[in-house]
Ligand binder design. Structure first.
Ligand code: ZN
Length: 215
């Protein structure tokens, strides 16, 4: 299970990485998350003053008992990560805005940069990628857990990872939507690679490749 368990190394925590950049924890005023599963929320108590932006579908799933997948969502958002009452902020959806054909895009308020939450459904109830435009006009898309292994996007036919595939199936809310999302990301990577770099949350090989590129 090494690929599905976070390494508990304090130096890799967001808190320590922010400190190494010369900032104090209270300087972090905004956090943008793809979803609220426990392996994505562990650092929240370190930044209690930050606004935590999520897609409104994810916000609804954890806060509204009548919402679809409410129990699923709450079970995976650990009490220790939300005991401090994080400032969850549902980002407003821009009705007519699509991002490379992906509908339902939300734009967190109060950020200075061009940043969008792009629905990538199937995993958590309101799972969304985080798209950021860099200074050169290109986009980075953090696809969260929409896929977990680069072979799912890069190989034809798609190649699943034997350890990560059961993790994906165990956590999904909608299997058909997850597969459809994966296939849309395959198309994005194939057709728009010059404009968008896509990466995910659980793939150490993909991370190493991108880290080598950025130095
Ligand atoms: Zn997840």
């Amino acid at each position: 299970m090494a690929y599905a368990q976070p390494a508990l190394v304090p130096e890799q925590s967001a808190l320590r990485q922010v400190a190494r950049l010369g900032y104090a924890p209270q300087d972090v005023r905004h956090i943008v998350l793809t979803h609220l599963h426990r392996d994505h929320t562990g650092g929240l108590p370190d930044f209690p003053h930050a606004r935590v932006h999520v897609h409104p579908d994810e916000y609804r799933a954890v806060t509204d008992p009548a919402a679809a997948h409410h129990r699923h969502s709450l079970d995976r958002f650990m009490p220790a990560h939300r005991a401090h009452n994080p400032l969850l902020a549902p980002a407003p959806v821009e009705k007519r805005t699509e991002w490379f054909g992906f509908p339902g895009v939300a734009r967190p308020r109060g950020l200075a940069c061009e940043l969008l939450l792009v629905p990538l459904p199937g995993h958590s109830a309101g799972h969304a990628g985080v798209a950021v435009r860099d200074g050169a006009g290109r986009w980075l898309l953090h696809a969260g857990d929409a896929y977990m292994y680069h072979g799912e996007l890069e190989h034809t036919p798609h190649l699943s990872h034997p350890v990560l595939e059961p993790v994906q199936r165990g956590a999904e809310t909608d299997a058909a939507a997850r597969v459809a999302t994966r296939d849309r990301l395959r198309g994005l990577r194939r057709d728009r690679a010059d404009e968008v770099t896509v990466f995910s949350a659980h793939d150490p090989w993909e991370f190493a490749r991108l880290a080598a590129l950025t130095g």
